[in-house]
Design a protein around this ligand. Structure first.
Ligand code: INI
Length: 156
């Protein structure tokens, strides 16, 4: 019989940091509320959640890395909203945020979840921040719990 490893959705006893970018704050706030709701709904204690706010999504990986290296958290949830404008700034910020978050997880061994929206317009962002497409912050929180539990089962 093949061995199968799946991270459970049991959040009790796990500690999480949420790094949230303040840029496009009205979207980010909804993602943050979604993420907190996702953690609490899966029995994470409110005292086991630390929220850190940074200026923009570009700054998220820097802070996520520090938090991961602190050894205090089982996973880091990264949130923000990068919305396409008329310049290349979108691609640079979105690309660095995605690469940075992925690198933090790989390099620290602490799961680092990418809950940063990258959308073509504000409407798409609203739809994914508690609108008709759900809340990616909530989804990111659920992914963080699964990864935190999965990591404990992986070979050293
Ligand atoms: N930061 C975001 O989180 N979302 C954006 O859409 C965005 N745009 O479009 O510029 C953005 N820029 C700020 C960036 O993240 C940094 O805070 C800034 O460049 C300072 O380093």
């Amino acid at each position: 019989m093949a061995e199968e490893l799946t991270g459970s959705l049991a959040g009790q006893g796990l500690r999480f940091a949420i790094v949230v970018a303040r840029f496009n704050e009205f979207i980010a706030t909804r993602l943050l509320e979604g993420a907190k709701a996702g953690l609490l709904a899966h029995s994470v204690a409110a005292d086991d959640i630390t929220v850190v706010r940074v200026p923009g999504s570009f700054e998220v990986p820097f802070v996520a890395r520090r938090l991961a290296l602190s050894g205090r958290f089982h996973a880091i949830v990264c949130l923000g909203a990068v919305i396409k404008g008329e310049t290349a700034h979108f691609d640079l910020v979105a690309g660095e945020a995605a690469r940075g978050v992925a690198a933090v997880g790989r390099e620290t061994g602490v799961p680092c979840i990418f809950g940063i929206l990258t959308t073509m317009n504000t409407e798409q962002a609203i739809d994914r921040a508690g609108g008709k497409q759900g809340n990616r912050g909530y989804d990111a929180a659920v992914a963080a719990i699964q990864m935190a539990n999965l990591v404990r089962q992986l070979p050293a």
